[in-house]
Design a protein around this ligand. Structure first.
Ligand code: C2E
Ligand code: MG
Ligand code: MG
Length: 605
């Protein structure tokens, strides 16, 4: 079925171009039906079939979409009854249509017509959603058509996941019962308010509100009346906040109110008004004494506190009220506890720790799935905090990215890791060709010093450039910056390898893969987990492997946690993996032991 006159070598570019265009449609928020039509049109065009169709099961994601290239194709589609196309979609989703097979489509008038179809199941989030297939009146399909169709369908699945999650994100923004903003929107508002307050030099107040006897109300008056109570509370809160959208429902019977430009007294006065409004408005049928609320109050002076800090403090204060019994309000006090590292104090603490040399590097082995030998390591930062012990990167990397300390921190990790790996390569025979992967953040790529720092670290340690891989998270590319491309090209000119990390977690990655010179694609743990959590996870991983192969990239699967995931990845001929199943990230001395005696590898997991 390959397009007459189109050389086979161009198929990969065509497939990529088709997928890119589809991704652009998804990113632009085009309705699902049109995205599916676009996918069909691309498939028809690329593979030269008479027609293509997608049939998805009725879960709200899609239904049927067609495209044709020839008059025969139009006839085939027009002649096909919806029921028989549905049946083909169903058998495709069961994998029964995996190879070329003549399928008989019933015309509306009852006559049957023979045609050739190849099909492949369509999956989204591990769920079989139907099938995608090519129809042709005459030519038999060839094997490479099936592969391309599979890759396209795999990415159509990703497109459907994106559409589904975009819809979920939208729904999650507002609470269906009260119409108030939900948690994520509220967090966003708080963040913006804090930034604006810092610029204007004013304070910001926050109230964390928990209704006291709401579960009893729910039991007594039933869900519907209880929903009415929630709506009344929402109205009361909206009246108290200055802006109409400063109140939010944070889940269950928990609410929040943002008080912009409010100091301590202003915030306490706001809390008083909330308490009164709730007590007044909510006259509960058959309830003893109405509804009460526990209100925690926190206030941030300009620049004092991050969003997390302000929210956490209000919640801690609210819990203090709860402890004392029914109702009331409290202002946050440091004795009530707080985050391990106060976000406001992070910059100073991190600076001191960098000066004292409190950063550590842990290493996680990268393992050849074929031989189960260690072929390299990924360096992962740890902070040996003087009070809180060993802190994982989640607690400080994003803060360091914001305050700029990621630059010295990243350099330190790179230098220390290059020295360790160069030493292991020269001292341990089996490690002579091992590689090092180091994570790079956006500010490092956007600043002008990275290339020089990498060159110096290599020269100082004797680690060959080709043994170094720089991992760049896919999410980094959102928001784009022209200097990123230049920096990546410079690093590659040095001879270092580039990996795209957490592949599949960003939304429009395919463009970047094509645009930038990546050597390695790291499949995110989310997809690897799908291999053991539901039996339909494999097609997505397979389509990523196919894409990588077509683009000449190597693949590393991240986060392998069990034998099922390992076996599936091996069966799909994935080359390299890392994960707790082999080993967790470990300090340098422990990693050296693993290199000397790799038989400890699985038992170390
Ligand atoms: P990453 O680069 O994707 O690193 C892999 C993360 O997955 C590591 O988390 C690792 O411990 C974890 N992991 C590995 N195998 C498994 C598994 O089988 N199951 C599960 N659940 N997790 C597994 P870690 O060390 O907490 O690092 C988190 C992230 O912090 C890294 O994700 C990376 O984005 C960032 N990071 C770490 N070190 C640095 C650094 O030196 N510089 C920069 N810029 N970022 C870093
Ligand atoms: Mg990484
Ligand atoms: Mg990753």
């Amino acid at each position: 079925m390959s397009h007459a006159g189109r050389p086979a070598a161009s198929t990969c570019r065509d497939a990529l171009g088709a997928i890119l265009r589809v991704q652009e449609f998804v990113a632009a928020g085009v309705p699902v039906q049109r995205v599916l039509q676009e996918i069909c049109a691309e498939a028809v065009d690329m593979l030269g079939a008479d027609a293509a169709a997608i049939v998805t099961t009725a879960d709200g994601v899609g239904n049927r979409a067609f495209a044709w290239r020839t008059d025969e194709g139009r006839e085939l589609i027009n002649a096909a009854s919806p029921a028989s196309l549905w049946a083909i979609g169903q058998s495709a989703s069961r994998g029964e249509l995996d190879v070329a097979a003549p399928v008989s489509i019933k015309k509306e008038a009852g006559q049957a017509s023979e045609l050739i179809a190849i099909g492949t199941p369509l999956h989204a989030e591990g769920e079989a959603l139907g099938g995608m297939f090519l129809l042709s009146a005459s030519m038999p399909p060839d094997r490479s058509d099936v592969d391309v169709l599979k890759a396209l369908a795999g990415h159509a699945g990703i497109a459907l996941v994106d559409v589904k999650s975009a819809r979920r994100v939208h729904e999650a923004m507002h609470d269906a019962i009260t119409g108030l903003p939900g948690e994520s929107l509220f967090h966003d508002r708080v963040e913006h308010a804090l930034a604006a307050a810092e610029r204007r030099g004013v304070s910001t107040g926050l109230l964390s509100i928990d209704l006291d006897v709401f579960s009893a109300v729910n039991d007594r008056v039933g869900h519907e009346a209880a929903d009415g109570v929630l709506r009344d509370v929402a109205k009361a809160l909206t009246a108290v906040g200055r802006a109409a959208d400063s109140a939010a429902r944070l889940g269950g019977d928990r609410f929040g109110v943002l008080l912009e430009d409010a100091d301590r007294n202003g915030a306490l006065a706001g809390a008083d008004r909330v308490a009164e409004a709730i007590a007044e408005i909510v006259e509960l049928p058959q309830a003893d004494g109405g509804l009460g609320a526990s209100i925690g109050v926190s206030v941030a002076r300009p620049g004092e506190c991050s969003r997390e800090g302000l929210l956490q403090r209000a919640e801690l204060a609210m819990r203090e009220v709860k402890k004392t019994g029914r109702g009331g309000l409290r202002l946050y006090h440091p004795d009530m506890g707080g985050p391990r590292i106060d976000p406001a104090a992070l910059t100073l603490a991190l600076k001191e720790s960098l000066e004292h040399g409190d950063m550590r590097v842990h290493y996680q082995p990268l393992v050849s799935l074929l031989s189960e030998e260690i072929v390299g390591v990924e360096a992962l930062a740890r902070w040996q905090h003087p009070e809180h012990g060993m802190l994982p990167p989640d607690e400080f990397i994003s803060g360091a990215e914001t305050n700029g300390l990621i630059l010295p921190l990243g350099r330190e990790i790179l230098e220390a890791a290059a020295a360790d790996v160069a030493r292991w390569r020269s001292e341990i025979e089996s490690a002579a060709r091992m590689t090092l992967s180091v994570n790079i953040s956006a500010p490092q790529l956007k600043g002008g010093r990275l290339t020089g720092e990498v060159a110096r670290a290599l020269a100082a340690t004797g680690l060959p450039a080709e043994a170094l891989t720089l991992e760049v998270s896919e999410s980094l590319f959102i928001g784009d910056d022209p200097s990123v491309g230049d920096r990546l090209a410079e690093l590659r000119d040095l001879g270092a390898k580039l990996a795209i990390d957490d592949y599949g977690t960003g939304c429009s990655s395919l463009g970047y893969i094509q645009e930038y010179p990546f050597d390695i694609l790291k499949i995110d743990r989310r997809f690897v987990r799908g291999l053991s959590e539901n039996r339909d996870g494999a097609p997505l991983v397979q389509s990523m492997l196919t894409l990588a192969e077509q683009l000449g990239m190597r693949v590393i699967a991240e986060g392998i946690e069990n034998a099922i995931e390992l076996a599936q990845l091996k069966a799909m001929r994935c080359e390299i993996g890392q994960g707790f199943y082999f080993a967790r990230p470990v300090p340098a001395d422990r990693l050296a032991e693993l290199l000397v005696d790799p038989s400890q590898l699985l038992s170390a997991a």
